[in-house]
Design a protein around this ligand. Structure first.
Ligand SMILES: Cc1cc2nc3c(=O)[nH]c(=O)nc-3n(C[C@H](O)[C@H](O)[C@H](O)COP(=O)(O)OP(=O)(O)OC[C@H]3O[C@@H](n4cnc5c(N)ncnc54)[C@H](O)[C@@H]3O)c2cc1C
Length: 637
């Protein structure tokens, strides 16, 4: 498998500039002759589709929701990073680059991350020009706050609704292009397969969710901005619809899957409350700017929080990581919460929770300021838990939140299938083994507004793309595969719902491939998942038919893919015997319980290649070369 990263040579600072100059261009008058299929209209997809259309390409854009405005991106709360240094607190492009490489535990490409930090400043200008209402200081300047893993304030935000406001900006840009005819939008449409003709991505097979109609759409290149796969764990902070189908089916058509086991578990979520819960809720990391995390010093302390005196509280993040305190990165904060709960010091009914306490901040700043900063988050917490965080500390616990893994892409964001580009959370991305807060929005918008529009032009200008019609045997064969699979799912008529399989898979994944992993657990999961998958294909019950709106059918198809992906994630986690970032192998820790990397053996991206039904996937490795930062043990102390 060709894993050339195509990182430009030369000094880090000039790579992207030079690469842009060296890439081939498509003549402005020729762009309209090319059709680009963009699957996804979240921040990554919408920004890419709008920009490509503005450049003159003919764009088709797809999403499974009824409107691009309902993409999961709308849920993003806390903010978006940019190295503007408006606070004059020591930030710079280099510092954002360094924080991100270190935050990812030195498992990301230097060149990609540096480009991301460079572009970050332009994103803010772009969004302000679109009218995104970022928070401002009294004097009118854009305001910033801090996020985990950084000692500067570089996070731009719109209260606790940053994703929503950014998405409205991208959506307006997309709508404008829809109105001009440059983009044709296909809502309520699910991509079910990738069409590869003569080794190149030339189209997708889609299902119209309202009519059930299956058809092929063809073009010159395909872009996937289809989001993350955290819902493989069933319970996560992701939107319920987020799934792996687009990238999984593309993997099975030849796109390598990078670092599938790298999952981010966010420390600041509302704890699980019962067996039949279907979703977890994030309380934004921004809350850790002012909230203090603590648990009782004593085990099994059942006293109410206000009855526990200061001297009997353990502010464990401030104690263990005095430099970063409550803003320690997510992987480290999550593991610390798990540790104190494992010691029997967890709080709440299930004892799987820690306090996030605003009492000091309220005393210092007053209710009004706290309301201004976090009002909507406090209200959301109160509605869900019936507890008032202005009076009682919030209870939080880690939950699955983001997937750093995804389809492998080169510097041009192209997968191992020529013509198939992958952007946003769907690619294996720039975050290494752990993403820092407020970096996903930055990456998705960098990819969509500023990287892909250049690099896809280079692909088109340097490729021979003869016309393909729907009668092409490869197109027909892919359509048949999709139709047969749908028929097969409907014909099983078993006794269990797809949701019950999904819940069981999620449990296996959380127990064995979650916050901490070990060899025995991963091997157990690797025997349980295939058995569960086998039962699924014999005993799932999918009511309804194919030629109609059928959400059970949609869900069953996605669960079938999760049942395969889960196995690959465990395989990846098993082979990586080091700990790094969100991948914590219990066998590999420092004496004080921190993640212990094995740079000698694992400084690579694991790019898994599909080898066919009932055959083990093939592990390919892209070596990571660090020329600008020194690999070191991460310390936030
Ligand atoms: C609760 C929450 C809060 C967050 N807060 C922040 C934050 O403050 N800052 C930050 O940087 N990050 C944050 N994140 C992460 C960030 O929101 C996501 O990583 C990012 O929005 C992903 O954007 P995306 O465009 O890649 O994918 P998505 O927004 O998930 O969009 C995916 C798109 O693909 C479409 N799609 C998927 N599969 C198919 C298919 N098979 N066929 C057709 N269409 C398909 C969907 O319809 C959708 O349009 C948060 C995440 C969560 C869960």
């Amino acid at each position: 498998m060709d894993l050339r990263s195509r990182i430009p040579t030369g000094p880090l600072e000039g790579k992207w500039e030079r690469h842009r100059f060296e890439m081939k261009l498509v003549n402005p008058a020729n762009k309209r002759k090319y059709t680009i299929l963009v699957v996804g209209s979240g921040l990554a997809g919408a920004s890419a589709a709008a920009t490509l259309s503005e450049l003159g390409y003919n764009v088709k854009c797809y999403c499974f929701q009824d409107s691009p405005r309902r993409a999961h991106s709308i849920a993003a709360q806390g903010g978006i990073n940019a190295a503007k240094n408006y606070q004059n607190d020591g930030d710079s492009i280099y510092r954002l680059f360094y924080d991100t490489v270190k935050g990812g535990d030195f498992r990301a490409r230097e060149a990609n991350v540096y480009r991301l930090a460079q572009i970050s400043v332009t994103i803010i200008d772009q969004c302000v020009a679109q009218g995104v209402p970022f928070a401002r200081e009294y004097g009118g300047l854009l305001s910033n706050r801090s996020f985990g893993g950084a000692q500067v304030s570089r996070t731009f935000y719109a209260r606790g609704q940053t994703g929503q406001q950014l998405l409205l900006g991208a959506y307006q840009a997309l709508e404008k292009e829809i109105a001009t005819g440059g983009v044709t939008m296909y809502p309520r449409t699910e991509m079910l397969d990738l069409i590869v003709v003569d080794g190149r991505a030339r189209g997708i097979v889609i299902r119209n969710e309202l009519t059930g109609q299956i058809e092929s759409h063809l073009g010159d290149a395909v872009v996937l901005g289809t989001g993350g796969y955290g819902n493989v764990f069933y319970l996560s902070t992701n939107a319920k619809g987020s799934n792996t189908t687009a990238i999984w089916r593309s993997y099975k058509r030849g796109a390598a899957f990078g670092n599938p086991c790298y999952t981010q578990i966010h420390p600041t979520c509302i704890p699980v409350s019962g067996d039949y819960q279907s979703k977890l809720t994030l309380m934004s990391e921004s809350l850790r700017n002012d909230g203090r995390v603590w648990v009782p010093k004593k085990k099994d302390d059942k006293r109410a929080p206000h009855e526990i005196p200061e001297a009997e509280r353990d502010y464990y993040l401030e104690r263990k990581y005095p430099s970063f305190g409550n803003l320690a990165p997510r992987d480290i904060s999550s593991r610390s919460a798990k540790e104190v709960c494992d010691e029997g010091r967890g709080v709440g009914e299930t004892a799987l929770g820690v306090y996030l306490d605003f009492a000091d901040a309220i005393k210092r700043l007053g209710d009004a300021t706290i309301h201004e900063r976090y009002g909507n988050l406090f209200e959301m917490y109160q509605r869900i838990t019936d507890e008032d965080p202005y009076k009682v500390p919030m209870r939080i616990y880690p939950a699955v939140h983001y997937t750093m893994g995804g389809l492998w892409v080169d510097y041009n964001l192209m997968s191992t299938v020529p013509g198939l580009h992958v952007i946003g959370e769907a690619n294996f991305s720039d975050h290494g083994a752990n993403r820092l807060g407020a970096s996903a929005l930055m990456q998705g918008l960098a990819d969509g507004y500023f990287v892909l529009p250049y690099t896809i032009g280079d692909y088109i200008a340097s490729s021979k793309l003869p016309p393909v019609t729907v009668d092409h045997p490869a197109v027909r064969a892919t359509e048949v595969d999709v139709t047969e699979r749908t028929k097969r799912l409907l014909a099983i008529k078993g006794k269990r719902t797809a949701a019950s399989f999904h819940r069981e898979l999620g449990r296996i994944m959380w127990d064995n491939c979650g916050m901490a992993r070990n060899e025995a657990g991963l091997k157990r999961a690797l025997s349980e998942i295939p058995a569960l998958r086998e039962e699924f294909w014999e005993n799932v019950n999918v009511p309804g038919g194919s030629g109609e709106l059928n959400q059970s059918l949609e869900h069953a198809g996605r669960v079938a893919d999760f049942l395969e992906l889960g196995e690959l994630m465990c395989l990846d986690a098993l082979h990586r015997t080091e700990s790094c970032g969100g991948h914590f192998r219990e066998e590999s820790q420092t004496p004080d319980g921190e993640a212990l990397r094995d740079d000698e053996n694992f400084t690579y991206v694991a790019a898994w290649e599909y080898a066919g039904v009932d055959r083990d996937p093939i592990l390919n490795k892209e070596r990571l070369i660090f020329e600008n930062v020194k690999l070191s043990q991460r310390s936030y102390k």
